[in-house]
Ligand binder design. Structure first.
Ligand code: ZN
Length: 387
């Protein structure tokens, strides 16, 4: 055993523990950290001093007036706005970027509508590079660390987009390409639902739960699974690709080239494909309007989507038994009718013993959830280096 290595790893893990306690509690004293982490007050003190020196934690006098007799304890906070990262979401219809602080708040936003899925990866990633440079140069007053997280649909592993059926890209060395166009070294890329899962765990509805699942519905259907606050990635980061589970061998063709995938019943384009059999140029808004008006074809179509959603929730609940399933994605964010429907009817097919063991909620991070996740991805990696 290498004793020095052990000591180094132990110190690193203690620093992470202390930082995480401060981050979680929002405001905490040295004594409280020592009680929480079972470390000695001296060790906690040494680590806190290190974190204050790095500039990631600040220590302030407490406002607690009840403590006037003794010395008022100083309270520690994360210096949220000293440590900002850039998060970028690549979606089929555009590129969305934001500067994110350590509380998951989006301080600045930029978006560029663009038909990403109709372009080669090189062209889109060059645009991503331009947007990153632009958001940084337009906000020189913000102390952004030079770290960028990118979230994209598809199978992504080790900086490479192995396969994205939505974008029609294969084996794209994405990190390398974005580094080339930005000159920034610390670029991190992950699947967009996994990035969203990180955001939910750090700042969203999953915060208070050990095990959570995020299910996204939009131009694709995907999920991410967090077990004990850690992403379950599986081999090659492929876990969670629920949209391509075959649920009907003789069903519709999917964009991945297989037949009867779950997303061919639930993705926005699948809903439109069916609706346009009836009304050629209808939009999704039009479909939900027709549903609200009680048009028979629209009711039948949306009822079917709801049925498959219930089945999906049931599959996830039975497979992972999470504390919470969080629903997100543009189908829910852009269509209030659908969102209300989902909240009232998701349990349709789960009338089984699982029924009361988990909660289902629509994400409250809104349309920025994935951008926040991408930013989280960046500083997660940077914290790992710094701490
Ligand atoms: Zn498929």
């Amino acid at each position: 055993m290498d004793n020095r290595l052990d000591k180094f790893l132990m110190r690193k893990s203690n620093r992470k523990l202390v930082f995480s306690a401060i981050h979680k509690k929002g405001s905490i004293s040295r004594v409280q950290i020592a009680n929480m982490t079972h470390m000695s007050l001296m060790t906690v003190g040494r680590i806190v001093d290190e974190l204050v020196n790095i500039g990631i934690v600040v220590e302030e006098d407490s406002n607690d007036m009840t403590a006037t007799l003794g010395r008022r304890p100083k309270l520690l906070h994360v210096a949220s706005n000293n440590f900002l990262s850039v998060g970028v979401e690549i979606d089929r219809d555009g590129i969305y970027a934001g500067i994110i602080n350590l509380q998951g708040k989006v301080l600045k936003k930029m978006e560029q509508k663009y038909n990403c899925s109709g372009q080669t990866a090189e062209i889109v990633l060059k645009k991503v590079g331009e947007i990153i440079k632009q958001i940084l140069s337009e906000n020189p007053e913000l102390p952004v660390i030079q770290a960028v997280g990118v979230a994209c649909p598809g199978l992504i592993d080790d900086g490479v987009i192995r396969f994205s059926s939505q974008m029609k890209w294969t084996d794209v060395p994405a990190v390398e390409i974005i580094q080339k166009y930005t000159g920034i070294n610390d670029i991190f890329i992950d699947n967009e639902v996994k990035a969203h899962g990180m955001a939910e765990d750090m700042f969203g509805l999953a915060k208070g739960y050990r095990n959570s699942v995020v299910l996204t519905m939009g131009s694709g259907i995907g999920s991410s699974i967090l077990i004990n606050h850690k992403l379950y990635r599986g081999r090659l980061n492929m876990a969670g690709e629920i949209g391509h589970i075959c649920i009907n061998p003789s069903g519709n063709m999917c964009e991945c080239g297989k037949r009867g995938c779950l997303q061919t019943y639930m993705a926005d384009w699948a809903i439109l494909r069916e609706a346009r059999m009836v009304q050629e140029d209808i939009t999704l808004d039009g479909v939900f309007e027709a549903y609200t008006e009680g048009k028979v074809w629209a009711v039948s179509l949306i009822d079917r989507v709801m049925e498959y959603l219930s089945i999906t929730v049931s599959i996830l609940a039975n497979t992972y038994s999470p504390d919470i399933i969080i629903l997100c994605g543009r189908l829910l964010e852009d269509h209030v009718v659908f969102r209300d429907l989902v909240e009232s009817r998701y349990r349709g097919a789960t009338k089984d013993y699982m029924l009361d063991t988990f909660r289902v909620q629509v994400s409250d991070l809104g349309p920025d959830g994935t951008v926040v996740g991408a930013g989280t991805l960046a500083y997660y990696n940077m914290l790992d280096k710094i701490l």
